[in-house]
Structure formats: C-alpha cells, structure tokens
Design a protein around this ligand. Structure first.
Ligand code: PLP
Length: 411
C-alpha cells in the first residue's frame, strides 16, 4: 500500500498567484477593453544580454561537431564558469571562495528548496515574515513543521517579523533556531540588512551552532555601496553561512535557468553522536546523486556576463529596472503612501492606505487604476496591510501605471 507524504497535505494550495490570476481574469471578463498593467510579476521582461546570446550560439555550434561536442559535464559546474563567478563576485570584493565551494545549478529556487535535505529532520527552522515562500514550504514538505494554525503560522517554525516597526531588521529569536533563512535584498519588502545586522546574525549562528541560509538572488540590484553583496563580507560567516545566487534576475535567465550555491568547507554541523561534518561534502554528495549538471550551453551564456562587455550589458538592464523602481517609489511617496524598498532591490513594498487588507487593496487597484500587484498577505502573516509592486515591467507601462494611480486611485 502506498501512502502519501502527509506533510504535503499541511500546505494550503498555491493560493496567492492562482487567486491573483482568477481575480484579474474575472475583471477582464467584465471589462474586456480594460488595459490592465501587471506590476505583480517577479519575472524579468528584457531579453538576455547580447554577450550571453552570442556565447550560447557558439556553444550550440560546438555541440554540432564531434571534436567539440560535450556530453555530461561536471555535476558541480564547469571551471570556466566557477572561476569567473569567484573572480567577479568574491575576489573582487575581498572575499575568499574556493572553486570546490561553488555548486552551479539550474537556479536558486531548486537550491533554496533542496538545501534542507542535508539537515536533520528535527532541525528548527527560522524564517523572516514576510518572505519568499519556498523556504517555508519545502520545510513543511520535509516534515519539519506542525500544522498551519489559524494565525497563518505553522507550528514549530520560528517566525521573525520583518516590519516597518523594526526597520525590516528582525530581532534575534528568543527560542532555539537551527536553520535560519535570510533573504537580502528581500523579496517581497525590497529592503536590505546592514553590515551590523548581518554581523548580529553571524554571531548568533556561531554562538548557537546554527546555519544561515542566505539568499542573495537580488545582490546585483544593490546600489548603496555600504550594503554587503555577500554574507561572506561579514566576519565569521565562512563558518556558519551558505549563500545562494542566481542568474535569473541578474542577467534575465529566468527562462534559461542557472544559479549557484556557495558552501565554504568550513561550514559544519553536528551528527547526533557529536561528530562534526562539513556541509560542503554532504551537499556535494546530494548534488552529484540527484543533479546531472546545468547545460553546457547555458553555462557558457552565464559565464559571458563576467566579461567586461557582459558586465556593462547586465548593469544597463539592471539600471533600466531600477529606474522603474525609482519611478514607482517616488510616484507613490508623492501621494503620501509609506513606501519601502526599490533602492537596492526591484521590489517596492507599500503600506496599504488606512490599513486596508491587502486583498481589498488589490481589488481597488485593479478596478480603479487597472494595475495588478501582489497582496502582502501572500508572503506571510506580517505582510498583511502591505502590497508589493515590481520594477520588472516595461518603462512605458510603469510610467502609465503610476500616472493612473495618481489620477484615479481614491486614497
Ligand atoms: N530567491 C528569491 C528570493 C526569489 O525571489 C527567487 C525568484 O523569484 C528565487 C530565489 C528563484 O530564482 P531562480 O529563478 O534562480 O530559481
């Protein structure tokens, strides 16, 4: 008799985006001529950088010839990509990362979701609230939580409220936490943690034998020079932190798929008998057993962004999105709304007027301004009363959306 993994039954349906799509479709049925602008998506809209296209064309041609054809590649990634990652993203910032500490993958959703497999089943998970839902859901699936309570919290999880009141810098937990997920720059709030804040977390992890799972998928969007790009810029982080990075938002690879995880060999955790084990070796075992490498063609496309020309092209695309972010942020602030993020991230997080529930604000924005965003409640209970807009739209649509909000939204 096959029984299901009942942990899956604890999860609510993928309510957020399905419900967004349902409400937009219903509105369009009623108003077929409405020009609806979507600023809810967390997906890029600009095409891949030309350097990546060119590198991938060349790689396709290599695949066509016997002499240059490639079959299975190294599971951990090709050296040409790993070396380029280390040089541009770490060595250039004074951070030491060894080639066998980088694991190339098909994107950071898989890595953020799969990493929990190398921790014990009874490890206690801490997550910021609100946050990217993958960290929590994958731990629910793995059985590290109890049931979902009426307050929207899963039993057994340590939630770290991240709100306007604490400046989006959550307090250290007052209970034990073993696996601490930090997302910086944050999705959905668009905020970052300062060097001091990150140092506080690294110190906590060292003192409590915890591990920080640091999602830096949006690191390339940081504009303020003093905000750390990597957790390894923080003293002691090489002993306690794993870092996730992605080419998705950095270089438009959302549909092309490439990311990587850094696990310094100095990050260890205990077995129940008290022996210590490097997590790098566990992840390497997992990665080589369950993953067969990112496509050679894709890795060539990713490596191309680390050339000087590639860096220029990527920076230009990010600057385009960040100008959208500025337009949204300043446009909404001028209307008297409380707005966060949008300086070091492509997300703008706003407080709904008069504490309106986030789904009510969704409907209001859709009906009055024909603009679609994402209700904050979908990212965790602390997201209630907030709303996320993204800077990934076309410039024209972004400007039009803000104009409409200014002219039509009754707030
Ligand atoms: N981490 C965060 C915080 C994200 O917002 C996303 C995508 O939206 C990802 C990871 C996943 O990125 P990828 O496309 O590399 O799987």
């Amino acid at each position: 008799m096959a029984y299901v993994n009942e942990n899956y039954l604890k999860l609510p349906g993928n309510y957020l985006f399905a419900e967004v799509a349902r409400r937009v479709a219903a509105y369009r049925d009623e108003h077929p001529d409405a020009d609806v602008i979507r600023l809810g998506i967390g997906d890029v809209t600009l095409p891949l950088p030309a350097v990546s296209i060119e590198a991938m064309h060349t790689a396709v041609d290599e695949m066509a010839k016997k002499e240059t054809f490639r079959g299975y590649g190294p599971e951990q990634g090709y050296d040409f990509l790993i070396d380029a990652i280390i040089e541009r993203n770490y060595t250039a910032r004074g951070v030491t990362v060894e080639p066998d500490e980088v694991f190339v993958s098909d994107g950071s959703k898989s890595d953020c979701g799969n990493i929990q497999e190398i921790f014990s089943e009874d490890a206690i998970v801490a997550i910021t609230d609100p946050v990217y839902p993958v960290y929590l859901d994958t731990n629910v699936m793995a059985g590290r939580t109890g049931k979902l309570g009426a307050d929207g919290h899963f039993e057994g999880v340590v939630y770290l409220p991240s709100t306007e009141e604490n400046g989006f810098a959550p307090a250290l937990p007052d209970r034990r936490a073993d696996m601490i997920y930090l997302c910086c720059p944050n999705n959905p709030t668009g905020t970052t943690l300062s060097r001091n804040e990150l140092q506080k977390w690294v110190n906590y992890a060292r003192e409590n034998d915890a591990v920080i799972l640091f999602d830096a998928a949006y690191a390339a969007y940081i504009t303020e020079p003093y905000v750390p790009r990597s957790i390894y810029e923080i003293d002691g982080a090489r002993e306690v932190a794993i870092e996730f990075r992605s080419f998705s938002k950095t270089a438009g690879f959302t549909g092309t798929r490439c990311g990587y995880t850094v696990i310094p060999k100095t990050v260890t955790a205990k077995a129940k008998d008290g022996s210590r084990h490097p997590l790098n070796a566990l992840w390497s075992r997992r990665h080589s057993t369950k993953f067969n490498g990112t496509a050679y063609i894709v890795q060539r496309g990713a490596a191309a962004i680390y050339t000087d020309e590639g860096q220029r092209q990527v920076a230009a695309n990010i600057a385009y999105y960040m100008e959208n972010a500025r337009i949204i942020r300043e446009g909404l602030s001028a209307l008297g709304l409380s707005v966060f993020g949008g300086v070091n991230a492509p997300y703008i997080w706003l407080k709904t007027p008069n504490n309106m529930p986030s789904w009510d604000f969704f409907d209001k924005l859709l009906r009055e301004a024909n603009v679609v965003g994402t209700p904050g409640a979908g990212f965790g209970p602390c997201g209630e009363g907030c709303f996320r807009l993204t800077a990934f739209g076309a410039r024209e649509d972004t400007e039009k959306a803000i104009d409409r909000i200014r002219q039509r939204l009754d707030i």
